[in-house]
Ligand binder design. Structure first.
Ligand code: 5GP
Length: 198
């Protein structure tokens, strides 16, 4: 997705060989126009799969997930990381090791929002080692619902998450795929041009 790549090149800050900061448009300040395009792109890529719900995890997955839900005209659920006074009983829960914070969070969703009749699309902002996505998959499995796939805004293809999920047969669509953050530079996966027929 060119608009996203351009934004990453212009505004992304490489914090280390494994962490990219995109606080100016995705993780703190949000660019609504870009989110709208991201939502449209996910909606196109997962069209015709009978998706009934979108599931993400707070907080940075919410913006792209809501815009996708808007395009698909379906509800969006975000798993909560903190215990809430209003979210106590009948929970689907999973443990997730946070890549950026190096802590384990129990994420939870009220079980009334996902049923076995649902087909769920999982959305998140980044894919690193796949822990957040695996936690969300675990929650959908607990509800005995189906999973249509995983939509990721920025995949760091040099980390293990993408391989882990695809090896399980999961459909993973990422809108930008980064192959390296070495030497302070963002390198993207290049899409091979189709061979010209003679
Ligand atoms: P995973 O669970 O796949 O290891 O990591 C994904 C989660 O960690 C995402 O939800 C995202 O919030 C955070 N994350 C992973 N890598 C990065 C990164 O390079 N930059 C930012 N801003 N967040 C990241």
């Amino acid at each position: 997705m060119e608009m996203l790549k351009k934004k990453i090149i212009q505004e992304g800050i490489v914090l280390s060989d494994s962490v990219l900061k995109v606080d100016s448009f995705l993780n703190h300040q949000i660019d609504p126009e870009l989110m709208l395009e991201i939502g449209k792109e996910f909606s196109n890529r997962f069209a015709g799969k009978g998706i009934t719900k979108i599931l993400t995890v707070e907080s940075s997955g919410i913006a792209p997930a809501v815009m996708t839900g808007l395009h698909m005209n379906i509800p969006v659920i975000f798993a909560r990381k903190r215990k809430s006074m209003t979210l106590i009983n009948d929970l689907l829960t999973a443990n997730v090791i946070s890549f950026t914070k190096n802590e384990t969070n129990e994420i939870s969703v009220a079980n009334k929002y996902i049923s076995q009749n649902d087909t769920v699309l999982i959305i998140d902002d980044f894919l690193a080692n796949g822990q957040a996505a695996l936690g969300l998959i675990e929650i959908v499995n607990q509800a005995k619902a189906s999973i249509a796939g995983v939509g990721i805004v920025i995949e760091k293809a040099f980390q293990d998450g993408g391989k882990l999920l695809r090896n399980q047969g999961m459909v993973v669509e990422s809108l930008a795929s980064i192959t390296s953050l070495e030497e302070g530079k963002v390198s993207f996966e290049t899409v091979k041009a189709p061979e010209v027929m003679k």
